[in-house]
Ligand binder design. Structure first.
Ligand code: F6P
Length: 375
């Protein structure tokens, strides 16, 4: 009699909407298609180090599709190669031994770039890993989409819609600061969806004179309000990103935030209109996933389960030109996918007159054709 397939699953890094949808899809399809045994590790890689786990039966993953967060818990500090609870010790060999002892055929790891980098190193040590790309930032290399991004964009878009009406009533300049770390995807997609007049992203240093020009031009044209979407990683020309906090025991200690207020004080020197700043923060990570995120999270999960069953290890599920595929963890690790100047949504924004806070943007950065997929 052949041994029953045994697969572990964990969620690593910051949470986002859709994690439970992936857990459900992985567990249900492994149980239904392969009669597999599924084990959930708690609090990301901490569960593998501290041996915190729970069996996941079919009933355990029922009713969680629409629920935000993760039933397994997560951690953006637990790195087995530099373990925060043991003074930064390398406990990776302990993790490898534990996975062997459990007789795991594979571990499905759901996470962002930090989690995929750790997964790549563990895979090289002999742990059979299948990655699933998660993050609201949409900044993972090798996939056109991560799940969680669409939900964050929906939340930021709703915020822009709401800022629009109050901006109009008071003739104000409204600044909305989104998350996204070093990539501007959330600000770009919510900015276009919400019709922001100016979109500022880390990929292009902004010029204050250009933003002032847009606000004044709108005012003289009868539109006495302006909506600005700014990504937390943005910076003025010649300036630096605004670091809000340093989480020293985290593998990626820098926490960005506060550039919206910096922009507000820069603009105050040039404009008579009142300016207000809203920082969306973690609302972008909470709550129920959008239908699109539920769908790609489910599709990613089912695909990851098939990879685990087929023995396709050391790779991450990816969405490329609207098709599910997989790419080696090696090509994802330690990389960030930022917004290219020829992104389809950049051309779209330019076509409807949105400013990126850079004078002569089109001449300096792009041609008229876009070359990246829209999603
Ligand atoms: O990577 C997701 C993200 O929400 C970023 O957009 C943000 O910069 C960071 O995580 C915030 O991290 P924390 O939850 O540790 O404050």
């Amino acid at each position: 009699m052949s041994k029953r397939l045994r697969v572990g699953i964990l969620t690593g890094g910051g949470d986002c909407p859709g994690l439970n949808a992936v857990i459900r899809a992985v567990a249900k399809s492994l149980i239904l298609q392969h009669d597999a045994e599924v084990i959930g590790f708690e609090d990301g890689f901490e569960g593998l180090v501290e041996q915190k786990m729970q069996p996941l039966e079919y009933s355990d993953v029922s009713g969680i599709l629409t629920v935000g967060g993760t039933i397994l818990g997560t951690s953006n500090k637990a790195n087995p190669f530099n373990y925060f609870k043991r003074g930064g010790a390398d406990v990776s060999s302990q993790v490898v031994t534990f996975c062997r002892k459990l007789g795991l055929n594979a571990v499905v790891v759901i996470g962002g770039d930090g989690t995929m980098s750790i997964s790549n190193k563990l895979h090289k040590l002999g742990v059979n890993i299948v990655g699933v790309p998660k993050t609201i930032d949409n900044d993972l290399m090798g996939t056109d989409r991560t799940f969680g991004f669409d939900s964050a964009v929906a939340i930021a878009t709703e915020a822009i819609d709401r800022l629009h009406t109050t901006a109009q009533s008071h003739n104000r300049v409204m600044i909305l600061e989104t998350m996204g770390r070093y990539a501007g995807w959330i600000a770009l997609y919510s900015g276009v969806a919400g019709g922001a007049d100016v979109i500022l992203i880390p990929e292009f240093e902004y010029e204050i004179e250009e933003i002032v020009r847009v606000c004044k031009e709108r005012e003289s044209g009868g539109q006495k309000f302006t909506i600005i979407a700014i990504a937390e990683g943005s910076r003025p020309k010649g300036g630096t990103m605004v670091v809000q906090d340093m989480v020293t025991d985290s593998p990626d200690p820098i926490r960005l935030g506060g550039i919206g207020k910096v922009l507000e004080s820069q603009l105050e020197k040039h404009l008579r209109s009142e300016i207000r700043t809203t920082i969306l923060g973690h609302t972008q990570r909470g709550g129920t996933p959008t239908p699109f995120d539920r769908n790609i999270a489910s599709a990613f999960g089912a695909y990851a389960a098939a990879m685990a069953a087929d023995g396709e290890y050391g790779s991450m599920v990816a969405l490329k030109e609207n098709k599910l595929t997989s790419i080696p963890l090696e090509s994802v690790a330690e990389k960030v996918r930022t917004v290219p100047a020829d992104a389809a949504m950049i051309s779209t924004a330019l076509a409807v007159g949105t400013s990126f806070g850079v004078s002569n943007f089109e001449k300096r950065f792009v041609g008229t054709k876009h070359s990246t997929p829209l999603t």
